[in-house]
Write a protein that binds this ligand. Structure first.
Ligand code: FES
Ligand code: FES
Length: 159
Protein backbone atom coordinates (compact mmCIF):
# COMPACT_ATOMS: atom_id res chain seq x y z
CA UNK A 1 0.00 0.00 0.00
CA UNK A 2 1.39 3.43 -0.86
CA UNK A 3 2.00 5.43 2.27
CA UNK A 4 3.24 8.89 3.06
CA UNK A 5 7.00 8.97 3.46
CA UNK A 6 9.38 11.71 4.41
CA UNK A 7 12.70 11.74 2.62
CA UNK A 8 15.61 14.13 2.36
CA UNK A 9 16.50 14.83 -1.27
CA UNK A 10 19.22 17.31 -2.26
CA UNK A 11 19.13 18.96 1.14
CA UNK A 12 15.35 19.36 1.26
CA UNK A 13 12.72 17.51 3.21
CA UNK A 14 10.07 16.07 0.87
CA UNK A 15 6.95 14.01 1.43
CA UNK A 16 5.79 11.50 -1.07
CA UNK A 17 3.31 8.62 -1.28
CA UNK A 18 4.96 5.36 -2.24
CA UNK A 19 4.80 1.66 -1.42
CA UNK A 20 7.73 0.33 0.60
CA UNK A 21 9.02 -1.78 -2.27
CA UNK A 22 8.83 0.98 -4.85
CA UNK A 23 12.35 1.66 -6.05
CA UNK A 24 13.92 5.01 -5.23
CA UNK A 25 14.60 5.75 -8.92
CA UNK A 26 10.87 5.88 -9.74
CA UNK A 27 10.09 7.92 -6.65
CA UNK A 28 12.73 10.45 -7.68
CA UNK A 29 11.88 10.59 -11.36
CA UNK A 30 8.12 10.00 -11.51
CA UNK A 31 6.86 11.35 -8.19
CA UNK A 32 9.35 14.11 -7.43
CA UNK A 33 10.40 15.13 -10.95
CA UNK A 34 14.10 14.69 -10.17
CA UNK A 35 15.25 13.36 -13.54
CA UNK A 36 19.05 13.69 -13.28
CA UNK A 37 19.39 10.01 -12.30
CA UNK A 38 18.74 8.24 -15.60
CA UNK A 39 16.81 5.03 -16.24
CA UNK A 40 18.96 2.64 -18.22
CA UNK A 41 18.46 -0.99 -17.23
CA UNK A 42 16.38 -0.74 -14.06
CA UNK A 43 18.17 -3.82 -12.68
CA UNK A 44 21.35 -2.45 -11.06
CA UNK A 45 23.64 -3.14 -14.03
CA UNK A 46 24.22 -0.07 -16.23
CA UNK A 47 24.64 2.48 -13.39
CA UNK A 48 23.05 5.30 -15.37
CA UNK A 49 21.01 6.09 -12.23
CA UNK A 50 24.03 6.43 -9.89
CA UNK A 51 23.34 8.88 -7.06
CA UNK A 52 24.49 9.17 -3.45
CA UNK A 53 22.91 8.01 -0.23
CA UNK A 54 24.81 9.38 2.75
CA UNK A 55 27.69 10.26 0.46
CA UNK A 56 28.18 6.81 -1.06
CA UNK A 57 27.41 5.88 -4.67
CA UNK A 58 24.29 3.76 -5.01
CA UNK A 59 21.91 2.73 -7.76
CA UNK A 60 18.43 4.00 -6.89
CA UNK A 61 16.82 1.48 -9.28
CA UNK A 62 17.76 -1.21 -6.77
CA UNK A 63 16.82 0.54 -3.51
CA UNK A 64 13.30 0.01 -2.10
CA UNK A 65 12.19 3.38 -0.79
CA UNK A 66 10.98 1.71 2.42
CA UNK A 67 14.64 1.17 3.37
CA UNK A 68 15.21 4.92 3.57
CA UNK A 69 14.25 7.29 6.34
CA UNK A 70 14.21 11.06 6.78
CA UNK A 71 17.76 11.00 8.17
CA UNK A 72 19.22 9.51 5.01
CA UNK A 73 20.75 12.11 2.73
CA UNK A 74 19.82 11.39 -0.89
CA UNK A 75 21.87 13.41 -3.36
CA UNK A 76 21.38 13.41 -7.10
CA UNK A 77 23.34 15.27 -9.77
CA UNK A 78 20.93 18.18 -9.25
CA UNK A 79 22.07 18.56 -5.64
CA UNK A 80 25.79 17.95 -6.19
CA UNK A 81 26.78 21.66 -6.55
CA UNK A 82 25.09 22.43 -3.22
CA UNK A 83 27.47 20.02 -1.46
CA UNK A 84 30.28 22.46 -2.27
CA UNK A 85 28.29 25.60 -1.67
CA UNK A 86 26.69 26.32 -5.04
CA UNK A 87 27.95 26.92 -8.58
CA UNK A 88 29.37 23.83 -10.16
CA UNK A 89 31.01 20.96 -8.34
CA UNK A 90 34.73 20.77 -9.32
CA UNK A 91 34.09 17.38 -10.90
CA UNK A 92 31.37 18.89 -13.10
CA UNK A 93 33.77 21.67 -14.11
CA UNK A 94 36.44 19.08 -14.99
CA UNK A 95 33.81 17.29 -17.12
CA UNK A 96 33.16 20.49 -19.04
CA UNK A 97 36.86 21.29 -19.42
CA UNK A 98 37.54 17.82 -20.85
CA UNK A 99 34.44 17.99 -23.05
CA UNK A 100 33.53 14.51 -21.80
CA UNK A 101 29.87 14.16 -22.76
CA UNK A 102 28.72 12.81 -26.06
CA UNK A 103 24.96 12.03 -25.97
CA UNK A 104 25.20 12.74 -22.22
CA UNK A 105 22.79 10.07 -21.03
CA UNK A 106 25.22 8.20 -18.79
CA UNK A 107 27.08 11.28 -17.60
CA UNK A 108 25.18 12.27 -14.43
CA UNK A 109 25.79 8.76 -13.14
CA UNK A 110 29.44 8.85 -14.20
CA UNK A 111 30.00 12.13 -12.33
CA UNK A 112 28.26 10.87 -9.19
CA UNK A 113 30.37 7.71 -9.29
CA UNK A 114 33.53 9.79 -9.78
CA UNK A 115 32.80 12.04 -6.80
CA UNK A 116 32.06 9.06 -4.54
CA UNK A 117 35.26 7.38 -5.69
CA UNK A 118 37.39 10.43 -4.88
CA UNK A 119 35.74 10.74 -1.45
CA UNK A 120 36.41 7.08 -0.76
CA UNK A 121 40.08 7.32 -1.71
CA UNK A 122 40.41 10.43 0.48
CA UNK A 123 38.98 8.51 3.43
CA UNK A 124 41.55 5.82 2.72
CA UNK A 125 44.22 8.56 2.53
CA UNK A 126 45.33 7.75 -0.99
CA UNK A 127 45.07 8.95 -4.57
CA UNK A 128 42.76 7.58 -7.27
CA UNK A 129 44.68 4.81 -9.06
CA UNK A 130 44.38 3.33 -12.55
CA UNK A 131 42.96 0.22 -10.87
CA UNK A 132 40.20 2.36 -9.30
CA UNK A 133 39.34 3.72 -12.74
CA UNK A 134 39.38 0.21 -14.23
CA UNK A 135 36.91 -0.89 -11.54
CA UNK A 136 34.23 1.67 -12.50
CA UNK A 137 31.31 -0.20 -14.00
CA UNK A 138 29.18 2.70 -15.31
CA UNK A 139 28.38 1.92 -18.93
CA UNK A 140 28.77 4.59 -21.63
CA UNK A 141 27.18 3.56 -24.91
CA UNK A 142 29.03 6.39 -26.67
CA UNK A 143 32.43 5.17 -25.49
CA UNK A 144 33.67 8.30 -23.73
CA UNK A 145 35.79 6.30 -21.32
CA UNK A 146 39.17 7.90 -22.07
CA UNK A 147 37.79 11.39 -21.43
CA UNK A 148 36.00 10.19 -18.29
CA UNK A 149 39.31 8.88 -16.92
CA UNK A 150 41.10 12.14 -17.67
CA UNK A 151 38.30 14.22 -16.13
CA UNK A 152 38.22 12.13 -12.95
CA UNK A 153 41.96 12.60 -12.40
CA UNK A 154 41.66 16.31 -13.03
CA UNK A 155 38.47 16.68 -10.95
CA UNK A 156 40.13 14.79 -8.08
CA UNK A 157 42.99 17.30 -8.05
CA UNK A 158 40.45 20.13 -7.70
CA UNK A 159 38.36 18.57 -4.92
S1 FES B 1 19.09 2.07 -14.25
FE1 FES B 1 20.00 1.78 -12.33
S2 FES B 1 21.72 0.55 -12.73
FE2 FES B 1 20.75 0.71 -14.68
S1 FES C 1 27.74 9.86 -23.40
FE1 FES C 1 26.25 8.69 -24.45
S2 FES C 1 25.95 6.99 -23.13
FE2 FES C 1 27.65 7.99 -22.30
Amino acid sequence: MPKKRTLRVNGQKVTVRAGKNERLLWVLRDRLGVTGPKYGCGINVCKACTSHVNGKAVNPCSIPVGKLGPRDEITTIEGLPKTVGGGLHPMQQAWIDHDVSQCGYCQPGQIMEAVALVRRTREERRQVTEADLDAIRNICRCGTYQRIRAAIKDGASRM
